[in-house]
Design a protein around this ligand. Sequence first.
Ligand SMILES: [Zn+2]
Length: 304
Amino acid sequence: MKAFHIVGICHTTYLKHQRRFLFPAINWHWTEEQRHIIREAIARGDVILGGDMRCDSPGYCAKYGTYSVMDLRANKMIDIQLIQSNEVGNSARMEKEGLIRSLDHLKKNGMSTIKRIVTDRHSGVQKFLKSKPEIDHRFDPWHMGKGVGKKIDALAKTRGCKEVGPWKKGVVNHMYWCGSSSSSGREIVAKWKSVANHVQDVHSHDNEDFPECLHLPLVGDQARHWLKPSTAACEKLTDIIKAPRLLKDMEKMSTDFQTSSIESYHSVILKFAPKSVAFSFIGMMCSSAIRHRFGITLSICKTL
Ligand SMILES: [Zn+2]
């Protein structure tokens, strides 16, 4: 505008308009929409929610985070909480705090019962939901697969273990299959443990819940680079697959609902509001009266 000598409002006025008119309008709209989404979820019954944290840390160590909760049946965001790490002590506690605030907010808006919540394996969240036995807490298969994949990647980088690398994709896919094809936690674990034999070209298993692999004999090109029993690579991969905490958590893997839509939502936010842009807005929100709705950011970026 300046370059072409076109008269326009100055930057300060622009920000003032934003703060006085645009933000409150978007806040009002989101509040109305949220009320509607909550009402719909309550009317549908058997509420199943998914929760996940997104940290905003451009050059900072997760100073802010947004905890997003989705109604997984309707595939709609039902609540978003903005958390500042120094409010809760440190960034590791933000995830649990986000969930607590979301559940409080939903309760205040009439959601008295929640059937199930799907999250990642964050220990603070696990501990908190243990104290709420009325809610069935399940773990998201995508997050679990990502964790195992990272461990296999790290193992493949160590000496004498690079042959586990090509198994990563197959093992992670097997994990998803275990979840989607099983009807009980016991069945998931039995199927999952069988992969430790499968990588060694052993396809019958000493387990009554899953005695044999379901695939046809793998011949020719289908034959994989089988791991030799008792080698470091094979032993260490088996340790990853049969880690006691992983097996315990696998029993609680979600078989039907996943939080992948929340991941998509977070990547959409990132596209419209890069972390560096969103940051100044979050800063403003924290010091203003409308700090309780970060969901506004996405709408603002679309509006602008
Ligand atoms: Zn097999």
